[in-house]
Design a protein around this ligand. Structure first.
Ligand code: SF4
Length: 317
């Protein structure tokens, strides 16, 4: 299963830009979501700005201008978009004949409890599902998400179906003060879900927010974010009790990762992210495509990178 370790810290000079060789395109289908996580970076109430026509033009432009290796579907919650399957088909057609070898869906999983819908997702071009899960205790998990979410058994069943189709499932989990913030709690979580997925990714809740978010979100995360040094200590304590497989330093200049085997389960540990380590006028570590049709190298749906592209033709290099 490919993961963050495959996004090498290598760049190529491309026209006026410095572009990641393993370029990811984050495609935000919709700003809407069926959950209500208090730490969400995407709850921006910008639904009214969604523009399917502009979104489609931006998809075509992204593949016309850039060599995109991986596409990640995001939101909000991508699957609550009423046009989800149509957009997925459009995107799949745009990928034809390109170098893109991964199409990943990131989801809270609520809509995948509908087995008919899950079947359509599994039968699609999507080759990996990243499922957000916040706690091994179902009641706590439901409380964090603000609604009923996939149970452990449902996740295990989805994992089997995806693997049978040659696809993979990863659990994405945020760690913050009071939620999975000790070795014991992390081990309990990993043990509870060992074997129900191909990998578990642990990410510290970030203190700062992105995505043009609003002040209350910043306050929430500021109160709960664990400092980078403490996260590093927590990860090292956890790794010391299990098996370290590999490390990756400063991927694309700003993120460290470790991969460990814990109770037979692959676990990816993300260290705190050092932001603002790239030149926003020149560097493209990832591209983001927003529901309003903005294509950007930032978590902002107003700064369109196409304003800085040559007037016509392709990018050299
Ligand atoms: S499930 Fe994801 S997009 Fe939805 S509210 Fe929670 S964090 Fe935000």
């Amino acid at each position: 299963m490919k993961n963050e370790f495959d996004q090498r810290a290598e760049w190529k000079e491309t026209g006026p830009f410095r572009v990641a060789k393993e370029l990811f395109l984050d495609v935000i289908f919709t700003f809407a979501c069926d959950c209500a996580c208090p730490f969400c970076i995407a709850r921006t109430k910008n639904h009214a700005q969604e523009d399917p026509g502009a979104w489609e033009r931006a998809v075509l432009d992204a593949f016309r201008w850039f060599d995109i290796r991986s596409v990640i579907l995001l939101g909000g919650e991508a699957t609550v978009d009423p046009h989800f399957l149509d957009k997925l088909r459009f995107l799949t057609r745009a990928m034809e004949g390109k170098n893109t070898d991964r199409l990943i869906l990131t989801t809270n999983g609520c809509t995948l409890r509908d087995t008919a819908f899950a079947g359509q997702v599994i039968a699609s071009r999507i080759d990996s599902v990243n499922l957000s899960r916040m706690h091994h205790d179902q009641a706590a998990n439901d409380r964090i998400f603000g609604r009923g979410t996939m149970t452990r058994e449902e996740i295990a069943a989805l994992h089997r179906q995806l693997n049978n189709a040659g696809k993979t499932l990863r659990l994405n989990v945020n760690v913050w003060r009071g939620n999975l913030d000790s070795v014991q709690e992390l081990e309990d979580f990993i043990q509870a879900f060992a074997g129900t997925c191909d990998a578990i990714k642990l990410t510290p809740l970030m203190e700062t927010t992105m995505f043009d978010t609003v002040e209350p979100v910043t306050r929430y995360t500021r109160e709960r974010a664990i400092p980078e040094k403490q996260i590093a200590e927590l990860w090292e304590k956890l790794i010391a009790r299990h098996t370290l497989r590999r490390r990756a330093s400063r991927v694309l200049g700003f993120v460290d990762y470790a991969e460990a085997e814990i109770f037979g389960q692959t676990v990816i540990l993300k260290y705190a992210q050092v932001e603002d380590k790239y030149d926003r006028d020149r560097d493209i570590p990832t591209l983001k495509l927003y529901p309003n049709g903005c294509l950007s190298n930032e978590w902002s749906f107003t700064k369109d990178i196409r304003t800085r592209l040559p007037a016509q033709g392709g990018l050299p290099g």
